[in-house]
Design a protein around this ligand. Sequence first.
Ligand code: SAH
Length: 352
Amino acid sequence: MTETYRQVTSLIDKLEDQHSLTLDEYAFLIRNRTKESMDYIAPKARRIREEIYGTSVYVRGLIEFTNICRNDCLYCGIRRSNHQCERYRLTADQIMECCSMGYELGFRTFVLQGGEDRFWNDDVMCGLIAGIKEQYPDCAVTLSLGERSRESYQRLFDAGADRYLLRHETADKSHYEKLHPQEMSFEHRMKCLRDLKEIGYQVGCGFMVGSPYQTPETLAEDLKFLEEFSPDMCGIGPFIPHKDTPFASQPAGTLEETLWLLSIIRLILPYVLLPATTALGTIHPRGREMGILAGANVVMPNLSPVSVRKKYELYDNKICTGDEAAECRNCLSRRMQSVGYELATNRGDVRR
Ligand code: SAH
């Protein structure tokens, strides 16, 4: 046993105990991941997750309802400068149809995710949310629509939205500026997250693993931010380059680093809703199963109509773009069973 491994395991023990480390300690953990240290942390992450959530995996039906976006994030395949991207916008009827199919499959959370599409202003969005909540009062509605004003977030909340996902992308301002165009600001993204929380949403933040210019130090800041912000949900997945973006030739994030961070996050925030993301399933055929075994407890099968699936391409080679919702559900259900877990059919609220 090397001295470094001994230091890593003692930091993991400390994290398990106190749910907090210093920035330097986080950076040390990130720099010194090994196969052995992953085998050391994963059973702890699983145990904590099972104490709170048992072996059930929460399911969110993901509806990618528009890929029209006014933003130009350098990593994203649906950025406005990508003229290769074929744009679409689902109608309210199509979205209701997705919900109906999802409901029949046992989903009790619908996630409406999209680009920042001006068509979906507050009036239109509120109508949609109210319509879904009226038809499915036993379901949660999660929004993932990017940055809006506090007033707008308030109106959507008042219309019935329960949760909001807005990845912070990175907690380091200068790193943020390398991933985004000048007109976007780190301060505004952080303000949005605070507003969402104050309004009363269950809030999710998160980041890509292995995004360009990320370092152990910026990741340490992400982990410190999670500690302090204490989100209800945290979405992390590997960065995967998209061929029509400025980051086309950047390397993808790795499976191992993503799993390592999932386990670390479970130790920091025992109750957190932590998805094994589609991006994780894209870089490895069993990535999502491994994510669950590293401490994740949520999956987000795609409910979008098959006709638009390929068009919501945030990164290259995204999986599940040809399957009907029912196939996605069955496939995920088998995958979860293969590692000793089962899909839940409830709203899957956070258990703080
Ligand atoms: N417009 C919404 C939804 C964004 S898409 C918003 O701003 O929140 C959801 C997430 O996909 C993003 O937050 C980002 O972290 C992730 N993503 C985008 N491009 C990606 C890529 N190339 N590789 C991996 N993840 C990516």
